[in-house]
Write a protein that binds this ligand. Structure first.
Ligand code: GLN
Length: 472
């Protein structure tokens, strides 16, 4: 059932929010011991939210656009009084004193906040294997990773526990797990969704966005969470893009750009589905424009300087004084060292070291400065491409979901998972992964739509066509 229909039923008492809550809890109970999508879940709070929603309906009120719709939340978003860990030991036991803006918006829309989902520690990774609390399993094939870093949010929707969840995407962390779990995932335009209350990884790249079973559902969640927020200084002071009004308008006349840099290097099966997606759009009236953009290949290297540099600064606040866990020691410096040594996992330490090195005197120009120039080059490259096409179509990921342990020994191999998703983050542009068939093992394949800033309405129109053609 669509989110729109579910909310409609709750509003008209055809279905009670409490029943939705109980069904959701039963679905999670039946499978999440194995899947491990949730780090925190409290049945009583879930039921009490549902009862409040039903009471509003009974009193003749309208709980909102997501009335009674269960939504799972990535555990790097602050929810007042609810444990928020970023899947890190350093934040274990910490309860934020405030709500992220997206949490406030969901509550105001009548959603049921179901719990906090697993991720790679501080959103650094592509498989959830970097979680300090155990990896999440892919609901389609539990011997495989769900992707990451928002693996728990993707798995919760992919396992059909609930229709919607929130993730964050710094270099691909919504789109890559969406592709691996067979769900829709959107990284919105930088600045359209508030980052207030999102625990920062790399602030110039981070965006919150939706996971959903369908393109329509993703559109509704995006509209609910988007909009200007004075609490986030990078929030766009403009109306959020309206995607639902035009979502069924089709792709007639749409110029779809194809660049080898968003396809080359994939498995044959992924490539075949990207070609099939091109054909599906053309069959509905779009035209293909063949372009090339070798500069996009530089995105990965630039990202692995810029993101760690920002992370090294953002994560300096976990010092044993203000948040979470502390390891006591005779003096302050020793306490901070001991706290950070015990509290952070290997990947987080690797990023902090890389970033600190890239920013240090004598190396700043050669590394961070160069990477910023590449970032500008990528922005200019996209501008050149979007002068000739409306959207770009390519692969979300080089392969389908891989097995546990396949890339843990080789950070470079893991980083390569995001080769196609990172350029949009560097440019601040929106991009979306849409399920488009499966490989020979039945594992989902996602195709990626990219567009210029604020082109979400166009992406959703094209995504809607792909969704309807995916089964063919
Ligand atoms: N996998 C990428 C990384 O490890 C992207 C993560 C993200 O988008 N949060 O940095």
């Amino acid at each position: 059932m669509s989110v729109f229909d579910l909310a409609q039923q709750v509003r008209t008492k055809q279905r009670r929010a409490i029943d939705v809550a109980n069904d959701t809890l039963a679905a999670i109970d039946a499978r999440d011991n194995e899947i491990n999508a949730f780090l925190h879940l409290d049945a009583e709070t879930i039921r009490s939210q549902a009862e409040r929603i039903d009471a509003t309906v009974d009193a003749g009120g309208d709980p909102g656009r997501l009335a009674g719709v269960p939504v799972a939340i990535k555990d790097n978003l602050c929810q007042r009084g609810v444990p928020t860990t970023c899947a890190s030991k350093i934040l274990e036991g910490w309860k934020p004193p405030y709500d992220a803006t997206v949490i406030t918006k969901l509550t105001q829309a009548g959603a049921i906040l179901v719990g906090k989902t697993n991720l790679d520690e501080f959103a650094m990774g592509s498989s959830t294997e970097n979680s300090a609390f155990g990896a999440t399993k892919n609901p389609i094939d539990p011997s495989r990773v769900p992707g990451g870093s928002s693996g728990g949010s993707a798995a919760a929707v992919g396992a059909d526990y609930l229709p919607l969840s929130l993730g964050s995407d710094t270099g691909g962390s919504i789109r890559q797990p969406a592709a691996f779990c067979g769900v829709v995932g959107l990284k919105p335009t930088y600045g359209t969704v508030s980052r207030y209350g999102l625990i920062a990884f790399a602030s110039s790249l981070d965006q919150v966005g939706p996971f959903a079973r369908s393109v329509d559902d993703a559109g509704i969640l995006f509209e609910v969470i988007a909009g200007h927020d004075p609490m986030d200084s990078t929030s766009l002071n403009a109306p959020a893009p309206d995607v639902m009004t035009t979502i069924n308008d089709g792709v007639a006349g749409l110029r779809v750009g194809i660049v080898p840099e968003l396809i080359d290097g994939t498995s044959d099966e992924v490539r075949d589905r990207v070609v099939a997606a091109q054909e599906a759009l053309v069959a509905q009236g779009a035209t293909l424009v063949e372009l090339s953009a070798p500069e996009l290949r530089l995105g990965l290297a630039a990202y692995y300087l810029i993101a760690p540099a920002e992370a090294s600064s953002n994560l300096a606040r976990y010092d044993g004084v203000r948040y979470g866990n502390r390891v006591d020691a005779p003096d302050v410096a020793a306490m901070m060292t001991a706290t950070r040594t015990a509290g952070f996992g290997d990947e987080v330490k690797r990023r902090i070291m890389l970033g600190t090195y890239a920013l240090s005197a004598g190396y700043y120009d050669a590394y961070y400065g160069q990477a910023q120039k590449v970032r500008t080059l990528i922005i200019e490259t996209f501008a050149r491409l979007y002068a000739q096409c409306d959207v770009l179509l390519g692969a979300t990921t080089p392969t389908t979901a891989f097995e546990f342990g396949a890339k843990t020994a080789d950070p470079m191999a893991m980083y390569y998972s995001d080769i196609f998703t990172i350029p949009s983050n560097l440019a601040g542009h929106p991009a979306m992964s849409v399920p488009f068939g499966v490989d020979g093992d039945g594992l989902p394949i996602g195709v990626q739509l990219l567009g210029p800033a604020l082109s979400e309405p166009t992406l959703f129109r094209a995504a809607k066509i792909l969704e309807s053609e995916a089964g063919r």
